[in-house]
Design a protein around this ligand. Structure first.
Ligand SMILES: [Zn+2]
Length: 236
């Protein structure tokens, strides 16, 4: 009997597929990165997706946030959950139509095996990073600005955390340039890291940063260094 997963089982087999079906993945942010991540993970047969986003779509989102349509008024997580169910009824969805904060992180994310950073602000990422380190949950980080993007996998207390990497980066109070194809590329790279982490097949970006300059087609993977004085993961 043929199934929707036949072609990917050629990569990671029935065992990998079973691991995907049993996994629960938290998607923090359902914008451009989130659109790619939820689409790829739902299509691949991840069992449960937990969606967190307090926003509603607007017209300026639509060049990159492809799960939304003009004129939709519902919350992003509610629209995204309908999108996911139409893609793959095997995938369960849990929706939290609120932005992540230090108070709700545990309630929203404690059931998740892996967390995926699809956020667009440094303060929100720092909240997610602290929860990842405190709860010892793997965090897949992705970020994109214009044609520049990056992806890494944080394993708490093993690799550098996001604070080690982003401590010198301030939040930008500017309108971030954004083109859908570049955002989708970084979101797809994040989703692929999740699939590799769950199935155990493929080399991951644990402790390494993929730096993508999509303007000049320059891609590089660099080893990350832990900051021993990090206020989140360092000795203190
Ligand atoms: Zn750190």
């Amino acid at each position: 009997m043929t199934s929707r997963y036949d072609r990917q089982k050629l990569i990671f087999g029935d065992e990998g597929q079973k691991k995907l079906s049993e996994a629960t993945v938290g998607i923090i942010g359902c914008g451009g990165l989130g659109s790619s991540v939820i689409t790829a993970l739902a299509s691949a047969g991840v069992g449960t997706l937990v969606l967190i986003d307090g926003d509603h779509p607007d017209i300026t989102n639509l060049n990159r946030q492809f799960v939304y349509r003009e004129g939709q008024k519902e919350s992003k997580v509610d629209i995204a959950s309908i999108w996911i169910r139409s893609l793959n009824p095997d995938c369960s969805v849990i929706c939290h139509p609120k932005d992540l904060d230090a108070d709700n992180a545990k309630e929203f994310l404690s059931r998740c095996d892996i967390l995926v950073d699809c956020l667009d602000s440094i303060p929100a990422r720092k909240i997610l990073n602290k929860y990842s380190v405190d709860s010892n949950k793997i965090l897949v980080h992705g970020g994109v600005c214009g044609y520049q993007g990056q992806v890494t996998v944080v394993v708490p207390n093993v690799t550098p955390c996001l604070e080690c990497i982003l401590k010198t980066v301030n939040n930008f109070n500017i309108l971030m340039p954004s083109v859908g194809a570049a955002v989708s590329e970084i979101g797809s790279a994040e989703a692929l890291e999740v699939i590799k982490l769950i199935t155990g097949v493929g080399e991951t970006l644990i402790g390494k940063l993929l730096v993508a300059d999509m303007e000049s087609n320059f891609y590089e993977v660099v080893e990350l260094q832990k900051d021993p004085t990090c206020r989140i993961c360092g000795i203190h």
